[in-house]
Design a protein around this ligand. Sequence first.
Ligand SMILES: Nc1ncnc2c1ncn2[C@@H]1O[C@H](COP(=O)(O)OP(=O)(O)OP(=O)(O)O)[C@@H](O)[C@H]1O
Ligand SMILES: [Mg+2]
Length: 260
Amino acid sequence: MKTQKQHISKSHDVKASLPILKIENLKKTFGQNEVLKGFNLELYEGENLVIMGKSGSGKSVMIKCLIGLMEADSGYIEIMGHDLMALNRAELDELRTEVGFLFQGSALYDSMTVRENLEFPLRRHKHKFGIVDETTPLVEEALENVGLLDAINLMPAELSGGMKRRIALARTLILKPKIILYDEPTSGLDPITSKEIIELMRNIQKQYKTSSLIITHDVDCARVVAERMILLVDGINYAEGTFNDLAASKDKKIKAFFKQ
Ligand SMILES: Nc1ncnc2c1ncn2[C@@H]1O[C@H](COP(=O)(O)OP(=O)(O)OP(=O)(O)O)[C@@H](O)[C@H]1O
Ligand SMILES: [Mg+2]
C-alpha cells in the first residue's frame, strides 16, 4: 500500500529563505531491509528542525549519509549549495568544517584529556586554524560556552554523562559550524540534565545563528527546540509541521509519537 504523505503545515515563515541543506529522494537498503525509501528534507537558515522517528526507522542512517559516513543507494544531497556527491575529498573536507555533528552518545576519545579532545578537530583542519598549541584561546572559549572550563584537564572517564555530552558539544562548536547535526542529544540523560543540554542548544543557536537538524525521540526535547518537525515513518518524511500541528493530528501513525 502506498503511504500518503501528510502535509500538516505547508507554510512556515522560515521557508522564505533558501535551504542551507537539502535531501531529495534518499534511498538506502541493507540486504532485504529497505530503511530509507525516498526521504526528503529541507533545512532553512537559522532554524531548528527536529526529525522524529521510532528506533530503527533510519534516523542515524540518514544523518550518516548526510555527512558522508555512509553512501546512499540513490538520492540527492545539497549542503550550502554544493552537491555532496560531486565533491572531491579536499572539497568535502572543507565543507565538513561548516557542518558540526554531535554523535549519538558522545564519542569522546577516551585516551585524551578534554583539552586534547577539543584540539583534535582544530589540528585536523590546519588550513583553517593554523598551528594549534596550548596558547590557542579557542579551546577555553568553547569550554566556557558549555560552562565546563574547569574540566579542561580531566579525562573522559572522570566526567559524568551530561558533562561528556557538553564536552562533545564544545568539540563540535569549536569549528564554528554553520550547521549542527544532533543525533539524540538527550538520550541516556536524566530529565534535568536533558533540560540543561536543550537549553544549551537553544543558546548556541541564538548566539551563533546556526541552523540545526536535531534527531530525537524525546517528545519534551522536540516540544522545546522544534520550530518545525518532520516525522520519519516507513522510510519517508511522513508528516511535517510545527509541534502543535503534529501533536493535534488525528492520524494514527502521527498520534503514536505523542502518546507518552
Ligand atoms: N551498517 C549497517 N548495516 C546493516 N544494517 C544497518 C546498518 N546501519 C543501520 N542498519 C539498519 O538500518 C535500520 C535503521 O538504523 P538506524 O541506526 O538509522 O536507526 P535509528 O532510527 O537511528 O534508531 P535509534 O532511535 O535506535 O537510534 C536498522 O534496521 C538497522 O539495523
Ligand atoms: Mg540512531
